[in-house]
Design a binder for this molecule. Structure first.
Ligand SMILES: [Zn+2]
Ligand SMILES: [Zn+2]
Length: 150
């Protein structure tokens, strides 16, 4: 083990970043990954996290779920699966995919309709409110105007 320390040094950050992304179902952004690892790897920079995530995406080890509340969020589970996104707090959850065969059928029909197109990936996202947000503050639209202001 000790003899490989030098060689491992370069990949240790990379390994740690991938491990953190795969260790959670919270679909984190780069900032979250950075905050998780910074205490363990003091030399880590946010730029390094971004760069490595970009490489993981190219290697198809990590997928982007999309930009939620201004931050791009990532998933270490790369097999296609639908997501739920809370429009208020940005929580992202995995959903089961009982219609997977139907979606594959849709993809298979694409070459017949559009022979020039190729498909790289697909995304299914449902937007709404999570339980916490639903039970929290009432929707802005129903609040009497000015009543809540000081
Ligand atoms: Zn929420
Ligand atoms: Zn997911």
């Amino acid at each position: 083990m000790a003899g490989t320390d030098r060689a491992r040094k370069h990949s240790s950050k990379r390994d740690a970043i991938l491990r953190v992304i795969r260790s959670t179902v919270s679909h984190p952004g780069a900032q979250w990954v950075y905050e998780r690892l910074k205490p363990v790897i003091p030399a880590l920079s946010l730029g390094t996290v971004y760069r490595n995530i970009k490489v993981f995406q190219e290697e198809k080890q990590v997928i982007s779920v999309g930009v939620v509340n201004g931050e791009e969020r990532f998933d270490g589970q790369v097999a296609p699966h639908p997501h739920f996104v809370c429009s208020r707090c940005g929580k992202i959850a995995d959903l089961p995919c009982p219609g997977d065969q139907a979606i594959k059928g849709m993809a298979a029909a694409v070459p017949a309709a559009q022979p020039d197109f190729t498909i790289d990936y697909r995304k299914t996202v449902f937007y709404g409110l999570c339980g916490e947000c639903r039970n929290a503050a009432p929707p802005v639209a129903t609040a009497p105007s000015g009543a809540g202001d000081r």
